[in-house]
Design a binder for this molecule. Structure first.
Ligand SMILES: NC(=O)c1ccc[n+]([C@@H]2O[C@H](COP(=O)([O-])OP(=O)(O)OC[C@H]3O[C@@H](n4cnc5c(N)ncnc54)[C@H](O)[C@@H]3O)[C@@H](O)[C@H]2O)c1
Length: 253
């Protein structure tokens, strides 16, 4: 399928082979997009792009700290020069600071907000001028079920993801008449490095988490990539400001 042929996509946080960013980049490339994968982990993200190119897809990689406005300007300038500006932006990079408030120090709180929320604003701000000039664009921001319901022990993460949810809606309204769509995706529990780190001290949690999900299992990165691909593509041309839960029924309970 080539529904994204001629489109340029940027996916942040795409270095992990098991992560949502790489699965999304691969899916968008399989649909015909020229895909830019970025990450703090420059060597790993370069390997991921090489894997896609070896598979006959069209991918490029850049080192990128999404918390830096200067880095965003530099990344966008490179992309614009080499392939033309992104038509699709997927703000996926993120970290999970998992502490209950009494154990949450201000530096960790600020780092969580910077990486998960301020980065999304910086990315949208950097990508919008070219989308505005073209009169078209799709931005997909990774929130979480933790941006919809409270999860004890994840207060900073929840605050960052709740912020992404409402920032997405506000921006969607700001640009709705300009051909630019902005939506958030809310994964449930997906088995990536982030989850493996989160439960490393308590492996018994693996079975308990699976049991707590109505569909009986954690999600796979492709489950999220499919939703993002829909939101990136013209198939969702009347969809903006929406929040798309992909959680095996977790938050329906
Ligand atoms: N895995 C889940 O269950 C789950 C659930 C809900 C939401 N999410 C969200 O989905 C997104 C992807 O999650 P994942 O599970 O694939 O995580 P992951 O840890 O596998 O990948 C995240 C990537 O972000 C990169 N990154 C971190 N800080 C960065 C920075 N400052 N600049 C650039 N890159 C940076 C990391 O290097 C890593 O490659 C995150 O925003 C996460 O919060 C994940």
């Amino acid at each position: 399928m080539t529904i994204l042929q001629g489109q340029v996509a940027l996916v942040t946080g795409a270095a992990s082979a098991a992560g949502l960013g790489f699965a999304t980049a691969r899916k968008l490339a399989q649909l015909g997009a020229t895909v830019w994968l970025t990450d703090l982990a420059e060597a790993a993200v370069t390997d991921r792009a090489a894997e896609l190119n070896t598979a006959g897809l069209n991918a490029h990689a850049l080192g990128h700290d999404v918390t830096s406005a200067e880095a965003w300007a530099s990344v966008l300038a490179t992309i614009e020069q080499e392939t033309g500006a992104p038509d699709i932006l997927v703000n996926n990079a993120g970290i999970a600071v998992l502490h209950a408030t009494p154990d949450l120090d201000p530096i960790s709180w600020q780092r969580q907000i910077d990486v998960n929320l301020t980065s999304v604003y910086l990315g949208c701000r950097a990508a919008l001028p070219a989308m505005r000039a073209k009169g078209t664009g799709s931005i997909v921001n990774l929130s979480s079920v933790a941006g919809l319901v409270g999860i004890p022990g994840a207060s900073a993460y929840a605050a960052s993801k709740g912020g992404v949810r409402l920032y997405t809606k506000a921006l969607a309204l700001e640009v709705a008449r300009e051909g630019i769509r902005v939506n958030s995706v809310h994964p449930g529990v997906i088995w990536t490095d982030m989850q493996q780190v989160a439960i490393k001290d308590n492996p018994d949690q693996y079975d308990a988490i699976n049991a707590s999900i109505p569909m009986g299992r954690m999600g796979e990165p492709d489950d999220i990539a499919e939703m993002i691909a829909f939101l990136a593509s013209p198939a969702s041309k009347y969809v903006t400001g929406g929040e798309f839960v992909v959680d095996g029924g977790l938050t329906a309970q």
